[in-house]
Design a protein around this ligand. Structure first.
Ligand code: UDX
Ligand code: UDX
Ligand code: ADP
Length: 470
């Protein structure tokens, strides 16, 4: 008989595990879902009475309101979560290694390994173990080795790879209506049975033709490949944005014309100050590391260039700011609008805003930051990490955090748009202009503002990928 999943446990209550398993609970009322995490504060926030959840994601609170306490539970009792479940998602963090072999490239797998070892240690019945975190290829194999070596008699573990493709800021709609769900398994009968069990969970709301089943290694590689190719589109369009600026072409027009080719497609071609987020850079560096370990240096160099171009784009944009402000920003006052790595999230991992502010601090400018969702403490943490040679006190002498865009822009010489928050499009620019030091500059790193309108008000405007004079 097909395996029936009745109880699901998710290890890791973060940006991936939280929304994914909350949506499973919503769409599968017959399944009990428990999300566990070692971080008690995070669990408390997920359980908060007024739904002040630990991550900001449009629509997430409604999903949690509809399910929490019914068939969705959050707990720091990891062992109990493991013991009770038939199917366990491993959705822990896999940051790029900061030291040791593969530092700066390879993924730090110790969170995955310790979660796996915990499963082996406490499970007293058979489990389907699902690798959800993005990990280098063959991690599933390592997990299988650990589980099998520590298996109690009568227990068996089947490993699946089920990478998550949600994007932050649209996680809930991505989960409700995914382009595809990908499940990788061993091609043995047991592997296929486990795969069918997980597929039947998704079949509660995902059309069958969108549930793709492949081999374990293809699944793991597909996740890295998908992110690498998406990031490569952005680096391609950003490389073209530099040509546009040097020649007077307009990147919007170029992207529109190129994207009309159905073989290319119109999405994900917005030039920007650079991509950020916890996935793109990390996954490409994983791919680079993998290619090098497989003795494929040309392949490694190809993918590495996608990240290098992104670094170049960030540097290039801060140089545009300095150049336009008469080659010096020392002692000048600059507003940075947006700190998150993209709109509709409070997440700042690898945010280009961090690199920009680091560069501006190195020039000894004064920075005022406003972001609608990022917590102040997070900004201080990110800037401290980005500027290890400065103390937090020194940073605080140069950086101010405020609570509205208008306040941020007041009495400044320049405004830099680093995140494409919708509210920045609706700013009262005339008021902003009246309150700024003249000449008043706007640097749009996100193709957000109506440059002609701002110029009519009197601003000097520089938009990424446009060759016009200020
Ligand atoms: C990405 C993938 O989209 C998702 O499928 C995967 O599961 C995780 O990684 P995420 O990083 O959350 O999702 O957001 P995404 O929308 O992909 O944006 C990543 C970065 O690229 C952001 O900094 C964004 O501003 C930037 N971007 C995106 C551009 O600069 N231009 C674009 O056209 C699109
Ligand atoms: C190309 C462009 O498609 C066309 O729009 C432009 O006007 C001229 O250049 P062409 O070179 O005639 O057209 O053929 P195309 O079908 O693009 O193939 C180019 C090469 O890429 C061929 O060698 C083809 O075999 C190869 N290719 C194409 C692949 O290897 N894989 C693919 O998925 C597609
Ligand atoms: P992602 O973006 O991949 O979801 P996050 O960092 O947001 O990553 O979330 C990962 C979560 O996994 C963190 O809250 C962390 O505390 C949790 N975690 C890491 N290792 C373990 C473990 N061994 N057991 C339980 N939770 C863990």
């Amino acid at each position: 008989a097909p395996i029936q999943v009745k109880k699901v446990c998710c290890i890791g209550a973060g940006y991936v595990g939280g929304p994914t398993c909350a949506v499973i609970a919503l769409k599968c009322p017959q399944i009990q879902v428990t999300i566990v995490d070692l971080n008690q504060a995070r669990i408390d926030a997920w359980n908060s009475p007024d739904f002040e959840l630990p991550i900001y994601e449009p629509g997430l609170a409604d999903v949690v309101k509809a399910t929490r306490g019914k068939n969705l539970f959050f707990s720091s009792d990891v062992d109990r979560g493991i013991q009770e479940a038939d199917l366990i998602f491993v959705s822990v963090n896999t940051p790029t290694k900061k030291s040791g072999v593969g530092a700066g490239f390879g993924a730090d797998l110790h969170y995955v390994e310790s979660a796996t070892r915990r499963i082996a240690a406490v499970a007293s019945s058979s489990k389907i173990v699902v690798e959800k975190s993005t990990v280098p290829c063959r991690t599933a194999e390592s997990m299988r080795t650990i589980l099998e070596a520590n298996c109690k008699p009568g227990c068996r573990f089947d490993i699946l790879s089920n990478p998550e493709f949600l994007a932050e800021g649209t996680a809930i709609s991505d989960l409700f209506n995914p382009d595809r769900v990908l499940i990788g398994s061993l091609q043995t009968q047991e592997g296929k049975d486990a795969c069918a069990a997980l597929a039947s969970v998704y079949a509660n709301w995902v059309p069958k033709e969108r549930i793709l089943t492949v081999g374990l290694w293809s699944s793991e590689l597909s996740k890295l490949a998908a992110n690498a190719m998406l990031a490569q589109r952005i680096s391609s369009i950003n490389a073209l944005s530099a040509i546009c600026e040097a020649t007077g072409a307009n990147i919007d027009e170029v992207a529109h014309a190129v994207g009309y080719d159905s073989r290319v497609g119109p999405k994900f071609l917005r030039a920007s100050v650079g991509f950020g987020g916890s996935c793109f850079q990390k996954d490409i560096l994983n791919l680079v590391y993998l290619s090098e370990s497989l003795h494929l240096p040309e392949v490694a160099a190809y993918w590495r260039q996608v990240v290098e171009l992104n670094e170049y784009q960030k540097r290039r944009f801060s140089k545009i700011v300095v150049d336009a402000l008469f080659n010096t920003i020392t002692g000048k006052h600059i507003a940075v609008l947006g700190f998150a790595f993209k709109a509709d999230t409070g997440d700042t991992r690898e945010s280009p805003a961090i690199s920009l502010i680091r560069d501006f601090l190195a020039e000894r400018a004064y920075i005022t930051v406003y972001d609608p969702k990022v917590e102040e403490a997070q900004i201080w943490m990110d800037l401290s990490e980005a500027c290890p040679h400065l103390t937090l006190d020194q940073i605080k002498r140069q950086v101010t955090i405020v609570h509205s865009a208008l306040e941020a822009c007041k009495s400044k010489e320049a405004i830099v748009i680093a995140t494409e928050w919708k509210e920045f499009r609706e700013i009262d620019w005339q008021t902003v202009y009246n309150n700024m030091t003249k000449p008043a500059f706007v640097f749009d790193g996100r193709l957000l503002v109506d440059a002609d309108k701002l110029r009519r008000i009197g601003f000097k405007v520089k938009v990424i990928g446009r060759g016009e004079v200020l």
